[in-house]
Design a binder for this molecule. Structure first.
Ligand code: ZN
Length: 205
C-alpha cells in the first residue's frame, strides 16, 4: 500500500530549484488527481521559467497574460535550448515575458519591448556577474548566429548597477517573422539603460 502511494507521489512530484542572479528559489509541487502536468516547453525551459518574475504581486497576472503569447515563448524556449547546447553554458532565464504592467514597472524597459509579446528573454548563467570571462556567453552566441546564418532580432550585452553591485545579462529577441527583417540581426551594448548600436549582421544568402 505505502509502496504504491510513494510511487504515485514520486510520479507527480517536481522539485524546482533555480538560481536567478543572486536569488535562490527552491520549491516543491505535487499534483494529485488528473493527468500529470507537463508544463515544459523544452528540457530546460518551462512556461513557468519563461513567465517568472521577482515581482510577487504581478507574478500570476503575468502568467495569465502570457497565455496569449505561447507560440512566441515556445519558439524562444527552443532557441534558448539550442544555445545551451551550442555554448555548453547552463543558460537560465532571468526575465522573458512581461505583461504591460510588469514592463512598466521594470527599470529601463522600452514601451515597445519584445518582452511584452513573449519574443525576448534576459539570460545569463549562475555566477556570470562575478566571472571575469562573462563575455564568453555573448561571444559564443554571436559567433554561432553569424557562422550558421541564424537570424535573430536584437542581441544586447547589458550591464547595470544594482543595490548588490554590478549586474550583467544578455537580452536576446526573436527575429523574423516576429520582427521586420530590416530591424533584425542587430548587436548592441547597454550600460545603465543607455543603448549603443554596435552593428547589424548581413547573412550571406
Ligand atoms: Zn531584455
Amino acid at each position: 500500500m505505502w509502496k504504491r502511494f510513494w510511487k504515485f507521489v514520486a510520479r507527480r512530484l517536481r522539485v524546482l530549484g533555480t538560481i536567478r542572479g543572486d536569488q535562490a528559489r527552491v520549491g516543491i509541487s505535487v499534483s494529485f488527481g488528473g493527468p500529470v502536468d507537463k508544463p515544459e516547453f523544452t528540457p530546460n525551459f518551462s512556461f513557468n521559467d519563461m513567465t517568472w518574475t521577482s515581482n510577487r504581486e504581478l507574478r500570476q497576472k503575468n502568467r495569465d497574460e502570457a497565455k496569449n503569447y505561447k507560440k512566441a515563448l515556445f519558439d524562444l524556449a527552443i532557441t534558448l535550448e539550442g544555445l545551451r547546447t551550442v555554448t555548453g553554458l547552463p543558460i537560465i532565464v532571468y526575465s522573458a515575458f512581461r505583461c504591460p504592467a510588469l514592463n512598466g514597472s521594470t527599470a529601463g524597459s522600452s514601451k515597445t519591448s519584445q518582452h511584452m509579446k513573449g519574443e525576448a528573454a534576459d539570460i545569463g548563467y549562475d555566477g556570470m556577474n562575478t566571472r571575469p570571462d562573462r563575455d564568453e556567453l555573448f561571444n559564443k552566441i554571436l559567433k554561432h548566429f553569424v557562422e550558421n546564418g541564424v537570424s535573430w532580432g536584437q542581441l544586447i550585452k547589458e550591464e547595470a548597477n544594482r543595490s548588490y553591485g554590478k549586474a550583467f545579462w544578455i537580452h536576446l529577441s526573436l527575429g523574423e517573422p516576429y520582427r521586420e527583417a530590416y530591424r533584425c540581426n542587430q548587436v548592441l551594448e547597454a550600460k545603465d539603460g543607455v543603448y549603443k548600436f554596435i552593428k547589424a549582421i548581413q547573412h550571406r544568402r
